[in-house]
Write a protein that binds this ligand. Sequence first.
Ligand SMILES: Cc1cc2nc3c(=O)[nH]c(=O)nc-3n(C[C@H](O)[C@H](O)[C@H](O)COP(=O)(O)OP(=O)(O)OC[C@H]3O[C@@H](n4cnc5c(N)ncnc54)[C@H](O)[C@@H]3O)c2cc1C
Length: 291
Amino acid sequence: MKSAPFEYARAASLDQACALLALHGDSAKLIAGGQSLVPMMAMRLVRPTFLVDINEIDGLKFVAFDNDFARTGACTRQVMVERNDFLAGRVPLLRHALAWVGHVQTRNRGTIGGSLAHADPSAELPLVALVLGALMVLRSAKGSRTLEAGKFFSGPMSTAMRPDECLEEIQWLVWGRERVGSAFAEIAIRHGDFAMVAAAAQVALDPGGRCTRAAFGLGGVGGTPLAFPKIAARLVGTTLDEKAIDDASSDAAKETDPGSDLHATREYRRHLARVFVARALREARDRALAA
Ligand SMILES: Cc1cc2nc3c(=O)[nH]c(=O)nc-3n(C[C@H](O)[C@H](O)[C@H](O)COP(=O)(O)OP(=O)(O)OC[C@H]3O[C@@H](n4cnc5c(N)ncnc54)[C@H](O)[C@@H]3O)c2cc1C
């Protein structure tokens, strides 16, 4: 199918993009890499009458470091983030997760901000943002505001962004480089498909191998990605031994309420949630021990 008719403008600056969004209201949409928006328009699942292209705005494409944060411009291509060694040294979960996002061809065009704004509950980057408590900097003609990832994702394919707002940058807290390990594990029907269930984990260990900090979450088992800060807090002080990991992964799986579809029943998804949280935690622990 072809998309419904629309008008198009290429914004030269973020101010101009925000002005166009303010002018056209609900009927306008930003287009970044087009990897989700274009198929949705072609299937007429969305029918914007005005597209604001943000691909030419250089100020939205960067990777930078500020005190405790790594910052990525919203229109930075996924491949640029995946291949940035300096960033991978500081926020390694991003590289681990990006390896699972579509294919190299889609990552060449797809942007970090586009994936977060699209907010697919099975997508890898929203899960990483939630687990790491990333900060989303939003801009509109009225000004700027910052939302934590936990307040940003509001439901399947929906966020707390207003129609006149543009995601400008994402700030990722750097945990430090000593004895920090992270991992991403998922299962999909074919590699490159959206995950049936995905798990992300990051842990920090003291010199004796005891956990000083842990965060983990799940994708594909609810309307938004899920994080489990209370269960993760119970891992602190343990050596992330098998019992601690088994308890945490079982407790997390019990808190999920996934749906059934033709790919997996609710029970099977919950089983996968337990298996994949355990797998991600073990791998994160082993990487932290080796760091
Ligand atoms: C074959 C294929 C396989 C894929 N597999 C996966 C996968 O396994 N995992 C996965 O996560 N994704 C997958 N994707 C989707 C891909 O990751 C997209 O790149 C991503 O979802 C959207 O990024 P984009 O830059 O292309 O955004 P676009 O498609 O341009 O936009 C998506 C949405 O975000 C909005 N938007 C974009 N940028 C901004 C911004 N800065 N501020 C506010 N709103 C904005 C748009 O208005 C639109 O609503 C796949 C895509 C394809 C084609």
